[in-house]
Design a protein around this ligand. Structure first.
Ligand code: SAH
Length: 466
C-alpha cells in the first residue's frame, strides 16, 4: 500500500486550487461538498467558478498563484492542465507546507483523490493507486447501488442519538441495537413517517433493548470452504460478520479472516506454539470458555466442518456446557478439487459411490477397504494423503488395482496458487514427491483431469486410425 487512506478534517481549513478549466471544475464539485474554505486562482475561470464566487461558496482570485498564496493551506490542487504551470505552482505550494495534488500526475502528487460514494456522514473512498480508474468507478457504482440514499439521513440521526445509547452495556448488545436500527427499525420509520419519525423509533428501540435480558453466548461451527473467499456461503459470511470470537484452524487463509468483524477476537488454534496439534481438549475448552462468557463464537474450519474436522468432539464439549450451537456447512476440499479438474465425483456407468478417505488417522497411516478401492472405476477423495502416498499406493497395488489407474493431486484447490499433478497409480508416490507439494492437497484415486483425458483419447484414436 503506497497510499494510506485517511479522512482529513477540513472543516474551516483552507484548500487552494490553481486552475479554472474543466479539470478544476471536476475537483471543485467534490471540494464544495466539504466544509473547507476554498480559494481558486485562475486567469480565465469558467462561468460556474465565477458564479460560485458570487454565491460566496468559494473565493476566486483572478491571477496566477504567487509565492505566499499557499500559506496555512491544508490541501493544494494544481489543476491548470498545463504541465509547466502545474509544476511551478506545485513547487510554491510544497515550499509553503501544503500537501499537493497535481491532477492527472500521480508521480508528482503527494496525495490522490479517491473515487467517493457520498452518503454523508457515511463516506466510502475507493483508490487503486492509479492502477485502474475504471475499476474504481465500477466498484463505486456497485456500492452506490447497494447503499440506500437514505443511509446518510439514518447515520446523521443515529449519530445524534449516540450519547443515549451509552445506557446499553458495551459490546454485543450495543452492536445488535445499532444493527437493528440500520437494518430494520430506521429504514422502516423513515419509510412510514419520514425523517421526523426516526428519533421516536430510536427511542422505542432503545427502551426495548434496555429491558431485554443479556443474551447467552453461542457457538457456530462454520465451514470456511477451500480458501477462495467467494466460495464462502452467505451464512458463513454473516456468522463472520457477527462473531465476537473467531477460532480458526491452520488451513483458514488470511483473506477469509479479513472478513471477520474488525472488533472480533481472532484466535489461531493451529499455530506453532499451540502446534499444528493444539490439544483438542484445549480447543474445546477455549470454545466453551468464550461462549460461557456470552460471546458469539465462530469455530471456523477449512472446507466443511463435518469432513475430517473433529467436529463431534467439539459439539460434545459445547453441549455438555449447555450452550446453543449450529453448523454452517461449507464447500469441502473434494468438491473444490474435482471442480478444478472439470470432473464429477460420480458418473453413470463409472462409479455410483465415492469414498472420502483420510491418509492418516490418530494412529498413523489409515487402513481402508483396499479391496473395494482397488476395483476398476472406483473413485476416492483422499484427504491428508501427501505423506501416506507410498503406503496407499502399495496397499492398492497389493490388492490388485490396475497400475494405470489415474491419480490426480490438487494442491491449494480454489486458491490462486492451485496446482494439479496428474499421474498413474504405478508412479503415484514418486510423482507426488517430485511435485514438492507444500500446500494442502487433495488426491483423487480414479479421476484424471478432463483435459488430460481428452488428449489421451485423441492419441488413442490416432493410434487406432494408423
Ligand atoms: N474439513 C476440511 C478437511 C480438513 S482435513 C474439508 O472439508 O475440506 C485437511 C485436509 O483437507 C488437507 O490435508 C487437504 O488434504 C484437504 N484440503 C483442505 N483444503 C484444501 C485445499 N484448498 N486444496 C486441497 N486440499 C485441501
Amino acid at each position: 500500500m503506497k497510499h494510506y487512506p485517511v479522512f482529513l478534517n477540513v472543516e474551516g481549513r483552507r484548500i487552494v486550487l490553481s486552475g479554472g478549466g474543466d479539470a478544476a471544475l471536476a475537483k471543485l464539485r467534490l471540494l464544495l461538498k466539504t466544509e473547507a474554505r476554498i480559494t481558486v486562482f485562475a486567469n480565465d475561470p469558467t462561468p460556474e467558478i465565477a458564479r460560485w464566487h458570487e454565491e460566496g461558496r468559494l473565493t476566486l482570485v483572478v491571477r496566477p498563484v504567487e509565492p505566499g498564496d499557499a500559506l496555512c493551506t491544508a490541501l493544494f490542487y494544481a489543476a491548470n492542465e498545463d504541465d509547466a504551470e502545474d509544476a511551478r505552482v506545485a513547487a510554491i505550494a510544497r515550499a509553503e507546507g501544503a500537501l499537493v495534488n497535481i491532477v492527472d500526475n500521480l508521480e508528482d502528487s503527494q496525495f490522490i483523490t479517491p473515487a467517493i460514494v457520498d452518503r454523508d456522514p457515511v463516506t466510502v473512498a475507493i483508490g487503486t493507486e492509479g492502477a485502474a480508474p475504471v475499476l474504481a468507478r465500477s466498484i463505486k457504482r456497485g456500492l452506490e447501488d447497494n447503499l440506500s440514499p437514505l443511509l446518510g439521513t439514518l447515520a446523521r440521526i443515529g449519530k445524534a442519538f449516540r450519547p443515549e445509547v451509552e445506557a446499553l452495556p458495551h459490546g454485543r448488545k450495543r452492536r445488535e441495537f445499532w444493527a437493528e436500527y440500520y437494518g430494520r427499525a430506521g429504514p422502516a420509520a423513515l419509510a412510514e413517517g419520514g425523517e421526523n419519525a426516526v428519533p421516536a423509533a430510536l427511542r422505542a428501540l432503545l427502551d426495548r433493548y434496555l429491558v431485554a435480558e443479556a443474551k447467552a453466548g453461542r457457538v457456530d461451527f462454520v465451514g470456511a470452504g477451500p480458501g477462495d473467499p467467494e466460495l464462502l456461503t452467505l451464512k458463513a459470511r454473516r456468522a463472520l460478520d457477527e462473531a465476537d470470537v473467531v477460532i480458526h484452524d491452520r488451513l483458514v487463509t488470511p483473506e477469509l479472516l479479513e472478513l471477520a468483524r474488525r472488533e472480533a477476537l481472532i484466535i489461531d488454534a493451529g499455530k506453532e506454539g499451540f502446534g499444528p496439534s493444539t490439544p483438542q481438549a484445549e480447543i474445546d475448552a477455549m470454545i466453551v470458555d468464550h461462549a460461557l462468557r456470552g460471546a458469539h463464537v465462530v469455530r471456523l474450519k477449512a472446507g466443511d466442518p463435518t469432513v475430517f474436522g473433529r467436529l463431534d468432539e467439539e459439539i460434545e464439549a459445547v453441549d455438555a456446557a449447555g450452550l446453543d450451537w449450529g453448523i454452517v456447512p461449507g464447500i469441502t476440499a473434494a468438491s473444490a478439487a474435482v471442480a478444478a479438474i472439470g470432473q464429477s465425483l460420480t458418473k453413470r456407468n463409472r462409479n455410483s459411490e465415492v469414498r472420502f478417505l483420510t491418509g492418516h488417522d490418530m494412529k498413523g497411516f489409515a487402513e481402508q477397504e483396499w479391496r473395494a478401492l482397488a476395483r476398476p472405476g472406483a473413485v476416492a477423495a483422499i484427504y491428508m494423503g501427501k505423506k501416506s502416498a507410498r503406503f496407499i499406493q502399495g496397499r492398492l497395488l497389493m490388492h490388485g488395482a490396475d497400475p494405470a489407474t489415474p491419480i490426480t493431486a490438487i494442491e491449494n484447490a480454489s486458491r490462486p496458487t492451485q496446482r494439479i499433478v496428474s499421474t498413474r497409480l504405478s508412479e503415484m508416490s514418486e510423482a507426488l514427491s517430485d511435485a514438492g507439494l507444500t500446500g494442502p492437497a487433495l488426491t483423487f484415486l480414479g479421476l484424471a483431469p478432463r483435459a488430460a483425458l481428452a488428449a489421451a483419447d485423441e492419441i488413442e484414436q490416432k493410434e487406432l486410425a494408423l
